[in-house]
Design a protein. Structure first.
Length: 603
C-alpha cells in the first residue's frame, strides 16, 4: 500500500503517526496518574480503618478483662451476683476513651444494661433501627456472639445534628453473664482525613497534568514544524537527483544538477557526491571506449598478418615435439622407481618422529602434572595453616563472648529478687484494698494484675536460667571439639602435606629428565624426517615433471594441427571484431560529454 506513495506523503503520514502516538502516551500517562491517586486514597482509607478497628477492639477487650476480674471476685464470694453486675455496669458506664468514646452493654436477648445512664437502660432495644431502617442491634449482638467478636456498620444521628452519618461498632460477648459489650464511633471523619492527606498528591497530579498537556502541545507543534522543514528539504534534494538521473538516462552528461547538493554534509550530500563521482567515471569510461574502439580496429589488422606467419611456424614445432616426447617417457620410468624407495624410507622416519613426539608430549604432561600437584599441595598447606589460625582466633573470641552468659545468669537472679518484692507489694496492696472496703475494690483489681504480672515474670526468669545453663554446656562442648580439631590439623594434616610435597617434588624432577631425553630424540627424528621429505618430494617432482613433459609434448604435437585449423577461425573472428569496433564507435557517439571539463551547472 505504501510502495506507490510519494516520499512527501510518507513523511507526512509518519509525522501524524508520531503526533498521535505522543497524544496517546500523554493520555495513558495521565490515566495512570489518576489511577495512582485513587489507589492512594483507597490505601489511606484502609490504613485508617484498620487503626480504628484495632483501637475499638482493644477498648472492648479491656472492658471484658474488667468484667472478668469482677466476675472472679463474685465467684470468690466477695459479692453477690446482683452486686457484681451492678458494680460492673456502674464502672463501664463511667469509662471513656478518646474525645467521645463510650461503651454500652446489651444482653443476648436485647435488654439494654448500660448506655450512658439514659432511659434506654433496662428496656429491650432489639428492634431498634437506624435512619435507613436497618435493625443494627440484632447484628451487633449477632456479631458479638462470634468467637472473636465482630464489627457492625450503620447510620446514626450525631448529637446536636439532624443529619445521619456512618458509624462503625465492635461488639463481643462476656459469656458468664451473656452480656454483649460494644463501642463505636462515626467514621465519616476517616473518609475526610483520607482525602485531606492525599490533597498534596491531587495537587501534584493536576500540576503534572497541565504541564503534560502543554508539553505535548508544544512537542507536536515543534514536530510539525521540523517535519515541514525536513519534508521540504528532502523533496527538493530528491528532485535534483531525479533530474540528474533523467539527463544521464538520455545520454546527456553535460548538465549538472548536483553542484549545490554535493556541498551538504548529510546523506543527500553523500548521495550527490557519489553521483558526481559516478558521472565522472561514466564520462571517463565513454571517452576511453571511444579511444579503445579505434585501437581495436588497428589491432585487428595487425593480428591478421601475424596469424599468417603463425601457420608457417606450427609445422616446424610439430616435428620437434615428437622427438622430445620419446626422451621424456624414458626419464619418467627411472624417476618412478627412485620415488618409491624414497617413500618407504620417509614412512619409517615419520613413524620414529611420531613416537618420539608422543614420548616428549607425555613427559611434558608428567612434568606439568607434577608442578600443578606441588602448587596445589603448597596452597592446601597454606590454607590449612591459615584455617588453624582462624579457628583458634574465633574459638578464643567465642569463649570470651560466652562470658556474657554468666552476666545473664546474674541478672536473672536480680530480676527474681525484684519479682519477689513485687509479689510482696501486690499482697500488701490486696490487704489494704480489702481494708478499704467498697472504695478499694478498683485498687484490688490493679493489685491482682500486678500479682499476676509478677508471677509471669518469675516463670520467665526461670526459663531464662534454664536456657542459660543449656547454652553454657553447649559452649563448653564446642570449645572441647574445636581444640580436638586444632590438634588434628597440627599433628596429622600438616605432616601429611609435607610428605605429599616431597613426593611431588621428586615426581617433578623425574618428569623433567624424561622430557629432556624425549625432546632431544624428537628433534633428531624430525630433522631426519624433514630431509627424507625433501628427497621424496624432489623425486616425486622429477617423476611428475617427466610424465607431464611426455604428455605435454604429445599434446603439443596434437594441438599444433588443431592450432592450424583454429587460425583460420581467428582470421574470421578478427574480421568480425573490426566490424563490432565500428558499430561501438557509432553507439558511443550518441553520448554527449565535455572533454574540457566545462560542465553546464543547472539550478
Amino acid at each position: 500500500m505504501f510502495v506507490n506513495l510519494k516520499v512527501r506523503t510518507k513523511l507526512v503520514i509518519l509525522t501524524v503517526a508520531a503526533a498521535l502516538s505522543m497524544c496517546a502516551l500523554g493520555i495513558l500517562n495521565m490515566s495512570g496518574m489518576e489511577k495512582s491517586y485513587r489507589q492512594s486514597v483507597s490505601s489511606m482509607k484502609e490504613v485508617l480503618y484498620a487503626d480504628y478497628d484495632q483501637q475499638i477492639k482493644g477498648q472492648v477487650e479491656n472492658v471484658i478483662t474488667l468484667l472478668e476480674k469482677i466476675y472472679a471476685e463474685y465467684m470468690d464470694g466477695a459479692y453477690t451476683e446482683e452486686e457484681a453486675k451492678k458494680l460492673a455496669a456502674d464502672l463501664v458506664r463511667e469509662l471513656r476513651y478518646g474525645e467521645s468514646g463510650y461503651f454500652w452493654i446489651d444482653t443476648c436477648e436485647g435488654d439494654n444494661v448500660v448506655l450512658l445512664g439514659q432511659e434506654t437502660e433496662g428496656t429491650n432495644r432489639l428492634e431498634t433501627e437506624d435512619s435507613n431502617g436497618y435493625q443494627m442491634i440484632k447484628d451487633i449482638i449477632k456479631n458479638g456472639l462470634q468467637e472473636d467478636g465482630g464489627f457492625t456498620e450503620y447510620y446514626y444521628t450525631k448529637e446536636g445534628s439532624t443529619e445521619t452519618y456512618p458509624k462503625r461498632a465492635y461488639s463481643k460477648v462476656f459469656e458468664p453473664w451473656e452480656w454483649v459489650v460494644g463501642t463505636g464511633n462515626y467514621v465519616d471523619e476517616l473518609e475526610e482525613l483520607a482525602v485531606k492527606n492525599n490533597a498534596s498528591v491531587k495537587h501534584i497530579f493536576e500540576v503534572i497534568k497541565g504541564i503534560s498537556v502543554g508539553a505535548i502541545t508544544v512537542a507536536i507543534l515543534l514536530l510539525m514544524g521540523m517535519a515541514f522543514l525536513i519534508v521540504t528539504d528532502i523533496t527538493k534534494s530528491l528532485g535534483a537527483v531525479v533530474k540528474q538521473l533523467n539527463c544521464m538516462a538520455e545520454g546527456d552528461y553535460t548538465r549538472d544538477f548536483m553542484k549545490k547538493s554535493a556541498q551538504r554534509r548529510d546523506d543527500f550530500g553523500g548521495l550527490a557526491r557519489s553521483m558526481e563521482e559516478m558521472k565522472s567515471a561514466m564520462v571517463t569510461l565513454i571517452s576511453q571506449v571511444q579511444k579503445e574502439s579505434e585501437n581495436i580496429s588497428f589491432a585487428a589488422g595487425s593480428v591478421n598478418e601475424c596469424v599468417a606467419k603463425l601457420n608457417d611456424d606450427i609445422a616446424g614445432v610439430s616435428a620437434a615435439t615428437q622427438e622430445l616426447s620419446a626422451g621424456m617417457e624414458e626419464t619418467a620410468a627411472t624417476t618412478t622407481m627412485a620415488d618409491e624407495s624414497a617413500g618407504e624410507i620417509h614412512a619409517a622416519v615419520q613413524q620414529i618422529a611420531r613416537r618420539s613426539q608422543d614420548g616428549a608430549q607425555g613427559a611434558a604432561e608428567i612434568k606439568g602434572r607434577a608442578e600443578k600437584t606441588n602448587l596445589r599441595i603448597k596452597g592446601a598447606q597454606e590454607k590449612a595453616a591459615l584455617l588453624k589460625k582462624e579457628i583458634q582466633q574465633d574459638l578464643e573470641t567465642a569463649l570470651e563472648n560466652a562470658k556474657v552468659i554468666d552476666q545473664i545468669y546474674e541478672l536473672s537472679g536480680v530480676i527474681m529478687n525484684v519479682v519477689s518484692q513485687t509479689n510482696l507489694l501486690s499482697l500488701n496492696a490486696s490487704i489494704e484494698a480489702a481494708r478499704a472496703g467498697e472504695a478499694g475494690r478498683g485498687f484490688a483489681v490493679v493489685a491482682g494484675e500486678i500479682g499476676a504480672l509478677a508471677e509471669q515474670s518469675r516463670q520467665t526468669v526461670i526459663k531464662i536460667q534454664e536456657v542459660t545453663q543449656e547454652v553454657t554446656q553447649a559452649v563448653d562442648n564446642l570449645s572441647a571439639n574445636a581444640r580436638k580439631l586444632l590438634d588434628f590439623v597440627v599433628k596429622d594434616v600438616t605432616s601429611d602435606y609435607e610428605g605429599f610435597l616431597t613426593i611431588g617434588e621428586q615426581y617433578d624432577q623425574d618428569g623433567a629428565s624424561v622430557d629432556e631425553l624425549m625432546s632431544e630424540f624428537s628433534t633428531i627424528a624430525l630433522e631426519l624426517s624433514g630431509n627424507m621429505e625433501g628427497i621424496k618430494n624432489s623425486m616425486s617432482d622429477i617423476s611428475r615433471a617427466a610424465e607431464e613433459g611426455a604428455e605435454g609434448t604429445t599434446e603439443i604435437a596434437q594441438r599444433a594441427s588443431v592450432i592450424a585449423e583454429e587460425s583460420a577461425e581467428v582470421l574470421e573472428q578478427v574480421t568480425r571484431t573490426r566490424k563490432s569496433a565500428e558499430t561501438l564507435r557509432e553507439e558511443i557517439g550518441k553520448f554527449h560529454v565535455n572533454t574540457a571539463g566545462d560542465v553546464q551547472e543547472e539550478a
